[in-house]
Design a protein around this ligand. Structure first.
Ligand code: SF4
Length: 326
């Protein structure tokens, strides 16, 4: 039985295991399997990667301190405001056993929707996690083309990850968990073009797989340390496209690319403004109820994914940056 887990720093503050100011918009408790050592995969952007020299308590720019699960569980059960629990796993031989054990223990105290974020696993293993109490699953592809995938997390990195295997695993997950409960992640800023990222979003929409969009963040000690974050305008256009596809407000025929490779949408400026005025398009995406405050941005900005509702001014600014209405 698993005894220790890591918690995202924000989660630990939220449930009072670390001193700090709780965030009124924090809606998902994040747990990660605890491993003494590094992930067996080697994603170029990840501080947990095999070859990374980052401290081992990091994932993206967040630190993940270790706690005893028996201390965490009652606090998660008593916490107000969580809408989802998310169990993330590194890749190592006992990962599925550990995730299953964590879920079984969580299910003794909580009925909240529970996501698992894991590498490609077999259908039988997915079935075990579903039986234990997982309600949705995320398998992160991260890169939007097979070439880029190989370069940042596949063959070129000496990793066993393969683009086709990730896609196959997502398809198996769809059969088991159902539409709306299967997510992948896409990181913008790994070296893709806007056109390639847009094509990926359209492809995932066609496969009924939800996409959580993230902006690349350089972390010290990773192979991609020092690489710049993506252009905000391009990221905003991709957020708009993801949102309008997810809400069925747009279809493939209405998406074009300009000569310079920017997304253009065949909707009138007024219609677009109405669809985007809530600011929802610019919030953290992925599983329903997940908001990951400051996961891929510094608190001083620029804010790529808003973890809370946008003010009217912020929404107008975000819409303006897209350049989609000019
Ligand atoms: S599989 Fe996940 S934890 Fe492992 S190196 Fe890749 S991104 Fe990091």
């Amino acid at each position: 039985m698993v005894k220790n887990v890591r918690l995202s720093l924000g989660t630990a503050i939220q449930i009072g295991l670390i001193e700090g100011e709780p965030d009124p918009f924090f809606t998902t408790a994040f747990l990660m399997t605890y491993l003494k050592g590094r992930c067996s995969a080697n994603c170029a952007f990840c501080p947990q990667a095999h070859d990374s020299t980052s401290t081992s308590d990091r994932l993206s720019r967040i630190s993940w301190p270790k706690f005893e699960l028996r201390l965490v569980l009652p606090r998660i059960a008593d916490a107000d405001g969580f809408r989802r629990l998310c169990v993330q796993s590194l890749n190592y031989p006992e990962a599925v056993d550990d995730v299953e054990s964590v879920i079984i223990q969580i299910r003794r105290v909580s009925n909240l929707p529970l996501s698992v974020c894991i590498h490609p696993i077999t259908s039988d293993e997915m079935h075990r996690l579903r039986q234990a109490g997982a309600t949705s699953i995320g398998i992160a592809i991260d890169a939007c083309t097979p070439r880029l995938f190989d370069f940042v997390k596949g063959a070129d990195r000496g990793s066993a990850y393969r683009w086709e295997a990730h896609l196959r695993s997502l398809q198996s997950a769809l059969k088991l968990f159902g539409k709306g409960n299967v997510t992948t992640h896409l990181i913008i800023g790994l070296g893709e073009t806007e056109r390639e990222a847009a094509e990926f979003l359209l492809e995932m929409k066609g496969r009924a797989i939800s996409v959580g969009l993230f902006a690349f963040t350089s972390i010290r000690g990773t192979s991609m340390e020092g690489v710049k974050p993506p252009q905000l305008a391009s990221y905003r256009r991709l957020q708009v496209l993801r949102y309008l596809l997810a809400t069925d407000e747009i279809c493939r025929d209405q998406v074009r690319m300009s000569e310079s490779g920017q997304i253009q949408l065949a909707s009138s400026p007024n219609d677009l403004r109405k669809l985007l005025s809530s600011g929802e398009a610019f919030r953290t995406s992925g599983c329903v109820g997940c908001n990951r405050p400051y996961y891929n941005e510094r608190p001083r900005g620029p804010i790529y994914n808003y973890a809370r509702p946008l003010t009217e001014h912020e929404a107008i600014e975000a819409i303006g940056i897209t350049g989609l209405m000019t």
